[in-house]
Design a protein around this ligand. Structure first.
Ligand SMILES: NC(=O)C1=CN([C@@H]2O[C@H](COP(=O)(O)OP(=O)(O)OC[C@H]3O[C@@H](n4cnc5c(N)ncnc54)[C@H](O)[C@@H]3O)[C@@H](O)[C@H]2O)[C@@H](O)CC1
Ligand SMILES: Nc1ncnc2c1ncn2[C@@H]1O[C@H](COP(=O)(O)OP(=O)(O)O)[C@@H](O)[C@H]1O
Ligand SMILES: [K+]
Length: 505
C-alpha cells in the first residue's frame, strides 16, 4: 500500500468547487493568489536564475491566471529581473486590476505589442488558466503563434493558455509551453496524450489544499489519480528470509510464433526482474531452443504448432492450475484462438496483451472466468471496444471499457491510463517517447505478469506501469531517446529500482 492517496486529477468545475470551499471557509482570495504567486516565483527562480535569464516577458490575461502572472512579474522585478508585461485586455477582474495597478506604480513596463517581448530570455504565460470558456480570438491567436516561434523557454502558469483544461484540446491556438506549473491539483486536460506537445514538462505546484476539502468535493468513488513516486512503495515485493521458490509465485508466459519470435522472450526477460519464483514459458516447439538459450532458468514448454507456426493449443500435461498468474499474447498471432480459450477457462489471474487481445475481440461473448488485466494500445483498444470508441475522450472510453468488461484496463500511450470496473482511474504522468518502439509493450506484459504471480492485480498493474516508464526514463538518460531498445529497457529495470530503494540491496 502507499502511505498517502495518490494526487487527485480534477476537472475545471471540480477545481472551482474546491477553491470556492476554501474561500467560503475564510481563506481570502487575495491571500491565495499571493501564496500561489510566491510559490511560482520561487520555483521559477530555481529553474531560470536571474544570472542566465535576466529578461522576462510576462503575458498577463484578464482573470486570475493573469493575476498570478502579475504577482510573479512583481516578485521577479524585486528579485532583480528585467520584466515587461504584455497585457492586451482592458477589462480585468478586480484583483487582477489591483495587481496591474501596483505593477505600473513600481515602474514595470506594460505593452500591448507582443513583439516587444521578443528579446526576453524567458516567457511567463499567464493569459488563461482553467477559466478559458471559448476559442481564443484571431488577434490573440496570432500573438500566441508569434510567441511560439521565438527560441526561448515558455513557462505556463497552471495550463498553457488556449488549451482546454478538461479535455486537453487546443481552443483555436495555444501557447506551446516548455514547462507547465500546474497549480494545486492536476488538471485532467494536462494528462491527455494530445495535450503533451503543448504542455511540455508538467509539474505540480501544491498550495496546501486541505485533504478534507478535496474529499468533500470529489466524494469517495469513483476518483481519478495521478501516479507519483509513491509507486516505489509498491516495489520491490517483500521477501521472507525463509521463503523458497514455490512461495515466490509461478508465472506462465504464453506467446511467440514463427512470425514473431522475440516478443515473448522480451516478456520473459522482464518477468524475471520481478523476482518471480518460477517462470514457465510456453512457445511453439520451434522456438524452444531460442528461449532456453536466453532464459536458462525458465521451464520452457514446447507447444504443437499450426501450419503458420502459431501455437495450436497448450499441451495437455501443462497444468494451468499450478501457476499463480498467466501473461499471454505477445507474438501469438491471431491463429491461436484455442490458446486464449484454454487460458480464459482456467480462471487464473491473467494479463492479456497484443494478439491475446485481438483474439479476445473476436470472441462473443467473452468467456471471462478470472481476474483479467487487458493492456491494449489504442489500436487494440478500438478493436476490443468498437462500440465505445466513438463516445467521449480516451479517459472516458477507458473507464467505460473497464466497467463494461469487468476487467482492469490499461490503455497504453504517452500517458498510460488504468481503469477499474468500479470507475477509478490512474494516469502515469511521467514517461518518455523513447518507449515508442516495437517490443516496449512486451516488456510491460512480462513485468505486470511477474508481479501478478506474487500479489494482487491492481498493485501489480500500477507498480508495473510506473516501473516500466521509470526504467524507460533512466535508459533514455543513459542511451538517449533513440537508444532505448527493449533489451536495454530490461537492463535498466533493476538498476532503476535499486537506485530508488538502496536498502533493498
Ligand atoms: N484565486 C487565486 O488566487 C487562485 C488563482 N488561481 C489561478 O486562477 C486561474 C483561474 O482564474 P479565472 O477563473 O479567473 O480564469 P482565467 O484566468 O483563465 O481567465 C478567465 C477570464 O478570461 C475571460 N475569457 C475566457 N475565455 C476567453 C477568451 N477566449 N478570450 C478572451 N477572454 C476570455 C473570461 O471571461 C474571464 O474573465 C487558474 O488557472 C490559476 O492560474 C488558482 O490556481 C489558485 C487560486
Ligand atoms: N510517446 C510515448 N511516450 C511514452 N510512452 C510511450 C510512448 N509511446 C509508446 N509508449 C509506451 O511504450 C509501450 C508500447 O507498447 P506496445 O504499443 O504494446 O508495443 P509492442 O507491442 O511493440 O511491445 C507502452 O507501454 C506505451 O505506454
Ligand atoms: K496560462
Amino acid at each position: 500500500m502507499v502511505s498517502q492517496p495518490f494526487p487527485s486529477i480534477v476537472t475545471t468545475s471540480e477545481m472551482q468547487a474546491i477553491e470556492a470551499a476554501m474561500f467560503a471557509a475564510g481563506l481570502p482570495i487575495a491571500a491565495l493568489m499571493e501564496k500561489v504567486g510566491q510559490r511560482l516565483s520561487d520555483r521559477l527562480c530555481c529553474l531560470y536564475p536571474v544570472t542566465t535569464h535576466p529578461k522576462v516577458g510576462v503575458l498577463a490575461g484578464p482573470g486570475h491566471n493573469g493575476g498570478d502572472a502579475l504577482v510573479v512579474a512583481r516578485e521577479l522585478w524585486h528579485r532583480g529581473y528585467t520584466v515587461t508585461v504584455w497585457q492586451p485586455f482592458s477589462r480585468l477582474k478586480p484583483l487582477t486590476a489591483d495587481h496591474a495597478k501596483y505593477a505600473r506604480f513600481l515602474g514595470i513596463p506594460f505593452t500591448s505589442e507582443v513583439a516587444e517581448l521578443a528579446t526576453a530570455n524567458l516567457i511567463v504565460d499567464g493569459v488563461f488558466g482553467f477559466g478559458l470558456e471559448r476559442s481564443v480570438s484571431h488577434e490573440l491567436g496570432a500573438a500566441f503563434a508569434q510567441v511560439n516561434q521565438w527560441c526561448v523557454p515558455r513557462l505556463s502558469i497552471d495550463v498553457p493558455s488556449g488549451l482546454c483544461s478538461d479535455r486537453g484540446a487546443v481552443l483555436g491556438t495555444a501557447i506551446q509551453a516548455t514547462r507547465t506549473l500546474c497549480l494545486g491539483l492536476w488538471k485532467r486536460g494536462l494528462l491527455m496524450d494530445e495535450a503533451l506537445p503543448w504542455v511540455g514538462e508538467a509539474e505540480l505546484l501544491a498550495f496546501d489544499i486541505p485533504a478534507t476539502v478535496i474529499d468533500n468535493v470529489l466524494g469517495t468513488m469513483p476518483r481519478r489519480y495521478c501516479l507519483d513516486s509513491q509507486c516505489w512503495q509498491l516495489l520491490p515485493l517483500a521477501r521472507s528470509p525463509i521463503t523458497h521458490k514455490y512461495r515466490q509465485g509461478q508465472l506462465l508466459l504464453i506467446g511467440g510464433s514463427a512470425r514473431f519470435g522475440g516478443s515473448i522472450l522480451l516478456s520473459a526477460l522482464a518477468a524475471r526482474c520481478t523476482g518471480v519464483g518460477m517462470l514457465v514459458v510456453a512457445v511453439p516447439n520451434s522456438l524452444k531452443p531460442l528461449v532456453l538459450a536466453r532464459v536458462p532458468d525458465a521451464i520452457v514448454v514446447g507447444c504443437p504448432e499450426t501450419n503458420t507456426g502459431a501455437i495450436a493449443h497448450l499441451p495437455a500435461d501443462l497444468d494451468l492450475q499450478r501457476v499463480q498468474a498467466i501473461a499471454c499474447g505477445p507474438g501469438l498471432t491471431t491463429a491461436a484462438t484455442t490458446v486464449i480459450e484454454q487460458v480464459l477457462a482456467a480462471g487464473i489471474p491473467t494479463v492479456l496483451d497484443a494478439d491475446g487481445l485481438n483474439i479476445l475481440a473476436a470472441l462473443s461473448p467473452w468467456p471471462l472466468a478470472a481476474p483479467l488485466v487487458l493492456t491494449p494500445h489504442l489500436g487494440e483498444f478500438r478493436r476490443l471496444f468498437p462500440d465505445l470508441s466513438a463516445e467521449g475522450d480516451r479517459l472516458e472510453q477507458v473507464q467505460a471499457a473497464a466497467a463494461h468488461s469487468n476487467c482492469l484496463v490499461v490503455l497504453k500511450g504517452a500517458r498510460t491510463a488504468i481503469a477499474t470496473p468500479a470507475g477509478n482511474l490512474w494516469i502515469n504522468p511521467a514517461s518518455t517517447p523513447a518507449l515508442a518502439r516495437g517490443g516496449s509493450g512486451d516488456v510491460l506484459t512480462g513485468l505486470i505478469g511477474g508481479l501478478l504471480a506474487q500479489q494482487e492485480l491492481l498493485h501489480s498493474t500500477l507498480g508495473g506501469v510506473w516501473w516500466h516508464a521509470q526504467a524507460g526514463l533512466a535508459a533514455a538518460k543513459q542511451w538517449t531517446t533513440l537508444g532505448v531498445y527493449p533489451e536495454r529497457l530490461v537492463d535498466a529495470l533493476l538498476p532503476t529500482l535499486s537506485a530508488k530503494k538502496p536498502d533493498f540491496l
